[in-house]
Design a protein around this ligand. Structure first.
Ligand code: GRF
Length: 222
């Protein structure tokens, strides 16, 4: 019997490296999700070409064409819903979404943010992490709620901040773990393993180890 896979629609504004990571995961026959479509708010978004090259249908809904946020989000919702998604995946989609749009996809829309939330919501996260002198930085996949960069956290990945880091080197280290974390979170959703319980998300079948994350680490700790 054919297995029914979870249909994802991925929303992008730019480069599309997270789209690419999820696309790669979907190419494995046992991955439980497929990308049904990619929607961008900018025709120049480089990620659109990645999708086209993979034979995935794309739509562009340019935000400049709409008078206000509610009318834009309604057009966006129509474009997204045309692909009949089970899950909407925000991957570098640089738009603030209206509460009505968010409510329409409640419990079935996730986002990746390049910080360990709730630290550094918003933009320039790597620069702000360096300015704050944190030793651990990273990324977060969370369900989307009406408040920007909030919403129940599904998974986080931490990286250490190195003494010689600049924004580019830190961003590259975080991006590498983004590309591991996002396909994993999408897989869990598709497997029906994510359960929202208030502010928290329970993931079925996870063994919590007790390995501490310490940075910088002294040899005597190892
Ligand atoms: C990523 O850093 C992601 O965390 C943030 O926007 C960036 C998108 O990069 N939300 P890409 O387009 O996936 O390469």
């Amino acid at each position: 019997m054919a297995v029914v896979k979870t249909r994802c629609v991925i929303l992008i504004s730019g480069r599309g490296s997270n789209l690419s990571a999820i696309l790669k995961a979907t190419q494995s026959p046992d991955y439980p999700a497929v990308i049904a479509g990619v929607v961008a708010n900018r025709a120049e978004a480089a990620g659109l070409q990645l999708a086209r090259d993979a034979g995935i249908p794309v739509s562009v809904v340019p935000n400049g064409d709409y008078a206000d946020r509610p009318s834009y989000d309604l057009a966006l919702q129509t474009a997204v819903d045309a692909y009949a998604p089970n899950l909407v995946v925000l991957a570098g989609f640089m738009r603030i979404l209206t509460p009505a749009f968010v409510a329409h996809y409640a419990g079935r829309m996730m986002n990746i943010h390049p910080s360990l939330l709730p630290a550094f919501t918003g933009l320039r996260t790597h620069e702000r992490a360096l300015d704050a002198g944190v030793r651990l930085h990273g990324c977060t996949v969370h369900f989307v709620t009406a408040e920007l960069d909030h919403g129940p956290i599904i998974a986080q990945a931490a990286v250490s901040v190195h003494d010689g880091d600049d924004v580019a080197s830190l961003a590259a280290r975080v991006l590498k773990v983004e590309h591991q974390l996002y396909p994993m979170a999408v897989r869990w959703f598709a497997e029906g393993r994510l359960h929202i319980d208030g502010a928290r998300v329970r993931v079925d079948g996870i063994t919590h180890d007790t390995l501490p994350l310490i940075s910088p680490v002294l040899e005597s700790f190892l």
